[in-house]
Design a binder for this molecule. Structure first.
Ligand SMILES: Cc1cc2nc3c(=O)[nH]c(=O)nc-3n(C[C@H](O)[C@H](O)[C@H](O)COP(=O)(O)OP(=O)(O)OC[C@H]3O[C@@H](n4cnc5c(N)ncnc54)[C@H](O)[C@@H]3O)c2cc1C
Length: 428
């Protein structure tokens, strides 16, 4: 029977960050991944913010297969018949070190796995963890591919629907409110065409987020990121919102309709779809976080619910990388003390609380409830689009002054509702 210092279930960002850190500190680490290779099954919109995690993995960034550094931000309020775009381009986004990059997980995860292996981690692919082994109320290993594999600690990094932490009795499946489903295509385009269409130079990149008709008014939004030689395009829809809408909405049809929109179609024209993927995202925030540790086990990344949608940013990757790193630090402490019970492993939560990870989650704990207000998705894009349409309209007769034009849209009832929305927005 094999015994390792640490077994990690899942070679996503959380698992590989933990493996890289642990192996780098001399521990014997086994990573088990059900996919054909790391990244084969992993989906992200595609934007990684490096600043919070730069110092945790200092040796990695120079060689990391990042796509483009983002210098153009855009938010598009997409209504049925019109849209309003807000763009941002700041010189600080061009300055090194760059704040954020587009990435492709199939490339990035594979490369990160190689770095972990170079440090000494052992990676087995096409092996699914099916069960955990529990003895005297402590997790002492896993069953995978018919084998019994033992370790001092198991780290569950098996993603959003974490079977491993569920089998360990740590996680209970959450409510549909706490999840969204994402659909994504990677569309190949010539780099020169990308640069022309998005007003970019060299390896600069653009990031666009869309709300409103991107999801036909359902809770969620659309995204577009430019990669070196492709575009990542997709929609994310709240699971509860899909359920409430009954059988009518068809998520793949929503992505198709999004691609046909006049704001999108010219940007992807002539492109070839290379990849199509669907994946669930934890979006419940702080109040929906699962347990982070138990006797002989730690939980990191999406498996613990560590992804955060705050409207203007959707982040999960740096929380996955950071939680993997802090899980490894907790194991190193436990290993020095030769004690892997939950009291010792509780230091992991403390590390996360002292870092940006749980500080962000606490800061934005009201955000999921506030963003759940349907008016943000199905009312404001129409309202703002309507206002802009009227402002730009030149009728056959005389044109109204600006103030009466605005008052047509901002009625007293509307302003009263907006005050209530503003009160909610003040919580985030
Ligand atoms: C459509 C979409 C858009 C997103 N956009 C962004 C974005 O732009 N920026 C951002 O930061 N985040 C984004 N996210 C969130 C981000 O992708 C996740 O938070 C991140 O991938 C979590 O990493 P992880 O390592 O925890 O999990 P994963 O990347 O899901 O890795 C889990 C790994 O475990 C493996 N596995 C699962 N079960 C088992 C098992 N039983 N045995 C062995 N292996 C197993 C899987 O194959 C996988 O390799 C997005 C997510 C989606 C779906």
């Amino acid at each position: 029977m094999e015994k390792f210092d640490v077994i990690i279930a899942g070679a996503g960002l959380a698992g590989l960050a933990a493996a890289y850190t642990l192996a780098g500190n001399g521990l014997e680490v086994l990573v088990l991944e059900r996919g054909d290779y790391p990244g084969a099954k992993n989906v992200t919109g595609g934007r990684l913010y490096v600043n919070p995690i730069r110092d945790l993995f200092q040796d990695l960034w120079d060689e990391a297969p990042l796509e483009r550094f983002i210098v153009r931000e855009g938010a598009v309020l997409m209504a049925r018949n019109h849209s309003v775009s807000i763009g941002y381009a700041g010189n600080e986004l061009r300055a090194e070190p760059h704040q954020s990059y587009s990435i492709l997980r199939a490339k990035f995860d594979r490369w990160l796995a190689e770095q972990a292996e170079a440090k000494g981690a052992m990676l087995l692919t096409k092996v699914r963890v099916d069960e955990v082994i529990k003895e005297d109320e402590k997790i002492v290993g896993v069953l995978a591919g018919g084998d019994e594999l033992r370790a001092d600690v198991v780290i569950a990094c098996d993603g959003v629907l974490s079977l491993v932490s569920e089998k360990a009795g740590l996680r209970t499946p959450g409510s549909p409110h706490d999840y969204a489903v994402g659909l994504k295509e990677v569309i190949a385009l010539d780099p020169a065409v990308i640069n022309d269409r998005f007003h970019l130079e060299g390896n600069e990149g653009a990031a666009l987020l869309f709300i409103g008709e991107a999801t036909r008014g359902l809770f969620g939004g659309g995204f577009l990121y430019t990669n070196k030689e492709s575009i990542s395009l997709g929609v994310v829809i709240g699971v509860q919102s899909l359920l409430e809408a009954g059988s009518a909405p068809d998520a793949p049809a929503m992505l198709d309709a999004f691609k046909q929109r006049p704001e999108i179609a010219p940007l992807i024209r002539g492109g070839t779809t290379l990849e199509y993927a669907a994946h669930v995202i934890p979006e419940g925030g702080y109040k929906a976080l699962g347990p982070l540790y138990g006797n002989g086990m730690l939980v990191a990344g999406d498996a613990a619910g560590l992804a955060l949608n705050i409207g203007f940013t959707v982040r999960g990757m740096e929380y996955a990388l950071a939680s993997g790193y802090y899980a490894a630090q907790a194991v190193l402490r436990a290993s020095a003390a030769r004690n892997f019970n939950s009291e010792t492993l509780a230091i992991y939560k403390q590390f996360l609380e002292e870092s940006f990870v749980l500080k962000d989650f606490k800061n934005f704990q009201e955000t999921p409830a506030v963003l759940g207000n349907p008016r943000f998705i199905n009312h404001y894009p129409e309202l703002v689009g309507d206002l802009m349409g009227q402002i730009y309209r030149v009728p056959p007769g005389p044109k109204d002054r600006l103030y009466p034009t605005m008052r047509k849209v901002f009625t007293l009832t509307e302003m009263w509702s907006q005050l209530k929305d503003l009160r909610d927005v003040s919580k985030i």
